[in-house]
Write a protein that binds this ligand. Structure first.
Ligand code: ZN
Length: 323
């Protein structure tokens, strides 16, 4: 029997909630304006907005989205009543999981007791859902006992390498792509095989030749550096601080060690196809606490970066041609 493949996108209701969302997103974006980095002091920008809001918020409240903010020094921040730690400068971060539904309330309270709240209506997204029906039932062989033990051992290692809310502040940086290349897999995509939903894909896949250096998209400390994991092959976790962890999978080579302090642009490993992978690529993921974050929301669109890299190349078409 030939498997049938169909693609569907989740239907989306867009009436009053979307209007509310538009407002929330507008408010969230306006104090920071087009600024790409948070002010180091954590002080709100001067001007009319400074009176309206005493904190900045950057990012879009959307499923898989990361929000970064800056409050006055000494302020306390909560999200739906749960404490969000701030840095000494008043910076903070939080994010929304793939299937987060509804809204979240951010409260910022100054040392003098004044509080401002913002309701963040989290925008739902359409994910690539691929249905494949008519597959022979036992296409995926269950792992043997030895492999199963290995998988369990490795998942304990991974869980231990995700520290909660470290005081590192690299999460405030402007992130860059760890590797450049065509995007071959997207955040949130999911396959439904014979009606059974599989675990969603939580990373972005970037195709690149084997051996391509993988650069740290932001600074941090390495909390996991494993050369050979069953699923992920060469695997690195980088703690960017305050619960934000970057994950780099299928590496041929891991060139950092646990405890290494890295800065943006440092080479941490090399692209490969190690683990359960079908071709050389980097799978880049990100967590904020338990929430899976879409890394692509933190960097410029890949096509823009590739186009800029192209036009900056020395062999541009207007280069003189030897006769
Ligand atoms: Zn992937």
């Amino acid at each position: 029997m030939t498997p049938t493949v169909s693609k569907s996108r989740r239907s989306r209701l867009c009436l009053a909630p979307c209007l509310a969302l538009g407002l929330a997103a507008g408010v969230a974006g306006s104090p920071a304006g087009a600024a790409d980095t948070l002010p180091p002091s954590g002080q709100p920008a001067a001007g009319p907005e400074a009176e309206a809001s005493f904190f900045l918020l950057k990012g879009k409240p959307v499923q898989g989205g990361l929000m970064r903010g800056a409050a006055p020094v000494g302020a306390t921040v909560t999200l739906d009543g749960f404490a969000i730690p701030t840095t000494q400068d008043g910076n903070f971060v939080f994010g929304f999981d793939r299937d987060f539904a509804g809204s979240a309330t951010l409260d910022v309270t100054l040392a003098d007791g004044r509080t401002q709240s913002r309701v963040l209506a989290v925008e739902p997204r359409d994910y690539d859902i691929q249905r494949i029906d008519g597959l022979p039932p036992a296409m995926v062989t269950p792992p043997d006992a030895e492999t199963l033990a290995r998988i369990q051992r490795e998942s304990a290692i991974k869980a231990a390498a995700r520290p909660k809310d470290s005081p590192l502040t690299a999460f405030t940086e402007s992130f860059v792509w760890p590797v450049l290349g065509p995007i071959t897999g997207t955040y949130g995509s999911q396959r439904i095989l014979n009606g059974e939903p599989r675990r969603p894909h939580y990373g972005v896949d970037i195709a690149a030749p084997r051996g391509t250096p993988v650069k740290a998209p932001a600074g941090g400390v390495v909390t996991l550096a494993e050369p050979d994991m069953y699923y992920e092959g060469g695997l690195i976790f980088v703690d960017h601080g305050h619960g934000l962890i970057g994950v780099f999978m299928h590496l041929d080579e891991v060139t950092v060690a646990v405890g290494d302090r890295i800065t943006q642009g440092d080479v941490i490993g090399k692209v490969g196809s190690a683990g359960r992978s079908t071709g050389a690529h980097l799978d880049w993921r990100m967590y904020w606490r338990a929430a899976h974050i879409d890394p692509t929301l933190l960097v410029p669109p890949m096509e823009d970066v590739l186009a800029a890299a192209d036009s900056a190349a020395p062999d541009a078409p207007d280069a003189p041609i030897a006769q």
